[in-house]
Design a binder for this molecule. Structure first.
Ligand SMILES: [Zn+2]
Length: 259
């Protein structure tokens, strides 16, 4: 494995606790003109200044400074508390909901929608020294996501097929899961999520072909709406050799044997 020293290492060697560094940086980050503005507004201004997109399924980590995620949790918690109050829930006497707003805020920012706020996981690439050019299948990878229409959970599985060329860069098996998780931990729609994942894999690995198949339960159809417990959504994206070569496509689909 190549040993590359990243500049972040020098920061880590300092004796000041990481949290202190982060909050100091965060305070510095808030310019005079931004004082009193909610953190979400400040972050949104940075994004708009760069004319970047901030849809539910976009990653905005480039616009968030160290220490600011904690501030965002605080802001979401306060607004979530207002939602609970508008739902006429007595969060003062009801011990079950006393801290719900904070729990939900942490869950959104730090867990289930975390793929919006943190950087892409580092994907160490290896040269294809053995010149592998056979079909590789990774999966099923567990998917936990949420629909951007109702913020209801989407639980499913993904299979990835890769046909490398001798010039492809390979990534470790676990990295497929890490990348999938990063993409899926955002509110979105399944059709777009699989395309985004396929795009990313194509860019990283530069394979001859890439295929992504996802099947998932959508709680917005099971818990609400039509309340159909058995409906699933299945999407597939076929690129390159998987699109042109029907034998390869058939082989991939036969091997993943979804049940
Ligand atoms: Zn929905």
């Amino acid at each position: 494995m190549p040993i590359k020293k990243s500049p972040a290492k020098t920061v880590a060697t300092k004796t000041v606790p990481a949290k202190k560094v982060a909050s100091k940086t965060a305070i510095k980050a808030v310019k005079k003109s931004e004082e009193g503005l909610p953190l979400s507004v400040i972050i949104r201004k940075r994004i708009q200044a760069q004319k970047a997109r901030f849809h539910a399924n976009d990653n905005i980590s480039a616009f968030i400074k160290p220490g600011e995620l904690e501030g965002l949790v605080e802001e979401v918690a306060a607004k979530m508390q207002a939602v609970l109050e508008s739902l006429v829930i007595d969060t003062q006497s009801d011990h079950n909901t006393q801290d719900t707003s904070r729990r939900v805020a942490k869950m959104y920012v730090q867990e289930v929608f975390n793929g919006r706020y943190v950087e892409q996981p580092v994907l160490t690439k290896f040269p294809n020294v053995s010149r592998l050019n056979e079909l590789m299948i990774i999966g099923p990878i567990t998917v936990r996501s949420a629909c951007s229409h109702h913020l209801c959970p989407i639980m499913g599985r993904i299979w990835i097929g890769v046909l490398p060329s001798k010039n492809s860069a390979l990534i470790g098996l676990s990295k497929y899961s890490r990348l999938t998780e990063w993409v899926m931990c955002r509110p979105q729609i399944q059709e777009e999520a699989v395309v985004e994942l396929a795009d990313m894999l194509e860019k990283k690995i530069k394979p001859v072909g890439v295929a992504v198949v996802m099947d998932a339960d959508h709680f917005c159809m099971q818990w609400r709406g039509v309340k159909d417990r058995d409906s699933k959504m299945i999407n597939s994206v076929m690129r390159g050799a998987f699109l042109k070569d029907s034998n390869l496509r058939r082989e991939f689909l036969a091997l993943i044997e979804r049940k």
